[in-house]
Design a protein. Structure first.
Length: 431
């Protein structure tokens, strides 16, 4: 895999302009932001958030023909200017800042090429877009986990159907969604606030939406404000209250974007972070830390206790069901890498649509309709799926190697804040 990554980066560099002149890093950063915004004119999903100067937005309408070569050349030229700075041996040059910006440029160029019709394999995408190397798991690994689930769930018939039936006991009624999410979010925020100094003006607006390929989304607005949307296309189970409150809000995406905004843009003046390109190495850390953040606020038995003693009563679920519910969820979480294997096979053309849907039903324990929705997510976002599982596990490992200890929460949160406040990617996490 490392050879693949190296070859791809070399391919990237071989097309760079050889006569680039030395630029100031802040000038390169501004040109980069303008370029991301320009690319965003052709694919609205590219720019996940922008909170930089209004005048940096494109002043002209997008061209009727996608300017593939122009955009690729611009990305290459900025990369090359960064290389010239690195080679200048100037002691005032921040090498790590330039190297991270170059990773973002590799991702941007790759996305431009994909918009233009170029295709990459699943693993090539992961390397170029997210600076990551997803592992391989044989299906037999997941089959063993399904055998365990089969023993845990009562009844006969297809396991995914039995799982769906079991989970029907834990659905949050639509008229109680707001109450449950508000309680879960308030707790996540209160715990986060114990360890992080949150700005007095920080806030988010919560909306319930439909017809999305995702279950939840955070749109950072700048100035410590977010819009969080929850998709209600399918029944939402009680465990998703903590997941979404923590992943989208505290200490997840809302906090991550807020800390990058405060530390890198406002304090250091690194304007390249005033734009957040979705298909970039930043998303590996954003999604990974958001999933790990769930355990930051609800470690170990604390989650079980909060759901059982606080959330279950709101919905009218018997506390006696909590233990088995958590055993089932804990086992299901071990199936998370199955999505990567399904996406790899589907995107590489090894399996077709029907087979992919069937595998999602089997290995992710989804209903047929929800499996179709998840395949739509994979078709839309492709290798992005690695950011949730591999991202989470690599963040967890980084935290452990950095000295994080659940018995020392202050130190653990200090390390977590450092991670969220600085530019990391998969290859720069501790391993």
């Amino acid at each position: 895999m490392k050879k693949i990554v190296t070859a791809l980066v070399c391919l990237f560099l071989s097309s760079c302009s050889p006569d680039s002149k030395t630029h100031n890093i802040d000038t390169i950063a501004e040109e980069y932001v303008r370029l991301v915004l320009q690319v965003g004119q052709y694919d609205s999903a590219v720019v996940d958030a922008y909170f930089g100067p209004e005048e940096w937005k494109p002043s002209e309408q997008k061209a009727t023909v996608f300017p593939l070569e122009t955009l690729v050349h611009s990305a290459n030229d900025l990369y090359d200017k960064g290389t010239v700075l690195l080679e200048s041996k100037n002691p005032n040059v921040n090498a790590s800042r330039i190297e991270m910006l170059q990773k973002q440029l590799i991702a941007l160029r790759t996305k431009v090429e994909m918009i233009g019709g170029k295709t990459y394999s699943f693993d090539e995408e992961a390397a170029l877009l997210y600076d990551a190397e997803p592992p391989f798991y044989p299906l037999s690994y997941f089959d063993k986990l399904l055998d365990e689930m089969d023993q845990l769930l009562d009844g006969d018939g297809v396991l995914s159907s039995r799982y769906t039936t079991f989970m029907e006991q834990f659905i949050i009624p639509k008229d109680l969604l707001d109450s449950v999410f508000n309680v879960a979010t308030a707790e996540s925020r209160a715990i986060t606030k114990q360890y992080l100094d949150l700005p007095t003006q920080e806030n988010f607006v919560l909306e319930y939406v439909n017809d999305k390929v995702w279950s939840g989304y955070n749109y950072y607005q700048g100035d410590s404000q977010s819009l969080i949307q929850i998709n209600t296309d399918f029944p939402i189970h009680i465990d998703r209250a903590i997941d979404l409150a923590s992943h989208e809000g505290y200490p997840g995406h809302h906090i991550y974007m807020m800390l990058l905004d405060q530390n890198l843009v406002n304090t250091k003046g690194w304007m390249e972070y005033s734009v957040y390109p979705l298909f970039s190495p930043l998303s590996f850390i954003s999604e990974g830390s958001a999933n790990y953040g769930i355990d930051m606020v609800f470690p170990g038995e604390k989650r079980l206790a909060f759901e059982r003693d606080v959330l279950f009563p709101i919905v009218g679920i018997s506390k006696k069901k909590a233990q088995k519910f958590h055993k089932v969820q804990e086992l299901k979480s071990k199936l998370k890498y199955a999505e990567n294997e399904i996406a790899r096979r589907y995107l590489n053309g090894v399996i077709g649509k029907e087979d992919a849907i069937g595998m999602i039903e089997k290995y992710l324990l989804f209903s047929p309709k929800k499996a179709i929705q998840r395949l739509n997510f994979i078709e839309t976002n492709r290798s992005y799926v690695i950011n949730y599982n591999l991202g989470r596990d690599q963040v967890a490992n980084h935290m452990k190697l950095s000295g994080a200890d659940s018995e020392l929460p202050e130190k653990r949160w200090e390390i977590f804040k450092e991670l969220l406040s600085n530019p990391y990617s998969s290859s720069t996490l501790k391993k």
